[in-house]
Design a protein around this ligand. Structure first.
Ligand SMILES: Cc1ncc(COP(=O)(O)O)c(C=O)c1O
Length: 343
């Protein structure tokens, strides 16, 4: 059992958080003369700082208690909060398995935290031998594991990840931004077993609300308490909370869209695999495909000229491009454009 009080930064332990007017009163009706708001209008009141109604709805969909849920202005806010709660600038370190989502490193740099990178093996899995000796570094406070991983599209082996959680005396953050597109098990249930585990998910992908900026984390309630201490008081606007609530009331639509995206993913993967300019399409548990091609720079440039924008990931993985699954007609346009390219 990890002692969270020993992991949290001294200044965070001592910090007295900002106290919002609405911290003291929880009802919706009354004459509100406590927060210097304008009494006129429809959006004149500050949002609920703890998003109680929304967390209650998420709790039912995800099958996890409300006190274990934290909501951020996108997962990106939660990544930043992990650094700010647990890592002393200029002293502590975080670990990632690369190639992976770029925000862990950017957020580490913003917070003056060294991010140690261990390369994934040839199957894009964690190399436990390489990871093991890092786990005892007393300045290593955070490990980010992206599963399904961006940009490799695969999920990490469940047993390897659980091994790391059990062996590491710091915090393990599992980023499940793409979990809805995967058949593999989520790590969410392990939050009840391991106090050092944070599982992140987002409304930006399968729920189709990237513009709304709401990311979720699931963890021990103690961690939620520290995130709440540091976050800006009103980090999720009322409009955005309502947008997510509305989406959660349309679960059937979400399921249909996920199914459609997965079906298109398999169709596109099969067609790309047969093309001359494509060397390999990697298996995907996400809403994108990673493909090794003959000349990624050239293909990227040719597609941009036809107003089709994919992601050139050659700087991370030799000659690889990442293609987000679009609607059927968009995927068809991409296929036609690719078929017209000769290398
Ligand atoms: C692995 C991963 N995590 C998180 C995010 C961002 O999530 P959010 O929109 O909730 O900030 C992305 C976005 O591409 C991602 O690929």
């Amino acid at each position: 059992m990890v002692d969270l009080n020993k992991l949290v930064r001294e200044n965070v332990l001592k910090l007295t958080p900002y106290s919002c007017a609405r911290d003291d009163f929880k009802g919706n009706t009354g004459i509100f003369m406590d927060a210097n708001e304008n009494p006129y209008g429809k959006l004149n009141r500050y949002p609920d700082p703890y998003q109680r109604e929304l967390k209650s709805a998420i709790s039912k969909v995800k099958g996890i208690e409300e006190e274990k849920i934290f909501l951020g202005n996108g997962s990106d806010e939660i990544i930043d909060l992990c650094f700010r709660v647990f890592c002393n600038p200029g002293v502590d370190k975080a670990l990632t398995f690369n190639p992976t989502y770029g925000m862990y490193e950017v957020s580490g740099s913003v917070n003056d935290i060294e991010v140690v990178k261990i390369p994934l093996n040839d199957s894009f899995q964690i190399d436990l031998n390489k990871a093991e000796y890092r786990l005892s570094d007393k300045n290593l406070k955070l490990i980010f594991i992206c599963s399904p991983n961006n940009p490799t599209a695969n999920s990490m082996n469940f047993k390897d990840v659980e091994y790391i959680i059990t062996k590491f005396n710091g915090i393990v953050v599992i980023d499940e931004a793409y979990i809805d597109f995967s058949e593999k098990l989520s790590f969410i249930k392990l939050v009840n077993k391991y106090s050092n585990l944070i599982v992140m998910q987002t409304f930006s992908k399968a729920f189709g609300l990237a513009a709304v900026r709401v990311g979720m984390s699931f963890s021990n309630p103690e961690i939620v308490k520290y995130f709440n201490k540091l976050k800006p008081p009103y980090n999720i606007s009322t409009i955005n909370q309502k947008a997510v609530l509305e989406k959660l009331s349309q679960i059937e639509q979400y399921k249909r869209q996920v199914l459609r995206i997965k079906t298109e993913r398999e169709r596109l993967s099969a067609i790309l695999s047969k093309m001359n300019i494509v060397e390999k399409v990697y298996p995907s548990d996400a809403n994108f495909l990673l493909a090794k091609v003959k000349n990624a720079d050239y293909i990227y440039y040719k597609l941009v000229n036809r107003n089709i924008i994919i992601r050139n990931r050659s700087n991370m993985i030799d000659n690889c491009v990442r293609i987000t699954i679009g609607k059927k007609d968009e995927n068809d346009r991409l296929i036609r454009a690719l078929k017209s390219i000769s290398i």
